[in-house]
Write a protein that binds this ligand. Structure first.
Ligand code: AMP
Length: 145
């Protein structure tokens, strides 16, 4: 009989068991106007979302804070910049990524400093995200086991 994710002990889990797969992840693309990215972030309620290139490779991450920082002028928000700037001019490219086959504890270490981390394949194609929530749920389950 094969084991479902529910029955697995922490040591048996991999990131693949816990990740949110790409089709369920909100994302934006490199050449989207900043306005579109802000809409996605505000409507979804997420703090940040992944940025993908035209071939669906991971390119970076963009957050509400980065957008607001970029449109902040001397004494006002320069909202016209939302349609002038594109995502690639503002996004954070200095982001970590992980593989789906790493262990639970490696996944946990990878999100200590971030709310989520992207999962990519060997060629950099985006496969999904691992969130702190997913890790913490498993830790809680294990505590009460
Ligand atoms: P959570 O641990 O569920 O609060 O998620 C942490 C962060 O991961 C969120 O603030 C978002 O930046 C990102 N995130 C979670 N779920 C999604 C999703 N379905 N699409 C895009 N980003 C997500």
């Amino acid at each position: 009989m094969s084991m479902t994710q529910k029955d697995k002990f922490l040591e048996m889990l991999t990131v693949e068991d816990l990740m949110i797969s790409s089709e369920k992840v909100a994302h934006v693309q490199l050449n989207n106007p900043l306005e579109h990215a802000l809409l996605v972030l505000v409507k979804s309620g997420y703090f940040a979302v992944p940025v993908l290139d035209n071939s669906y490779k991971l390119a970076g991450s963009i957050s509400k804070t980065e957008i607001l920082d970029h449109i902040l002028g001397v004494d006002r928000f320069e909202v016209e910049k939302l349609s002038e700037l594109t995502v690639h001019e503002v996004m954070d490219t200095n982001i970590k990524s992980i593989r789906r086959d790493i262990t639970f504890i490696e996944g946990l270490k990878s999100i200590i400093d971030d709310p989520y981390v992207c999962v990519v394949d060997n060629e950099g194609f985006f496969e999904g995200i691992l969130t702190r929530r997913a890790i913490l749920k498993e830790v809680k389950k294990d505590y009460y086991r």
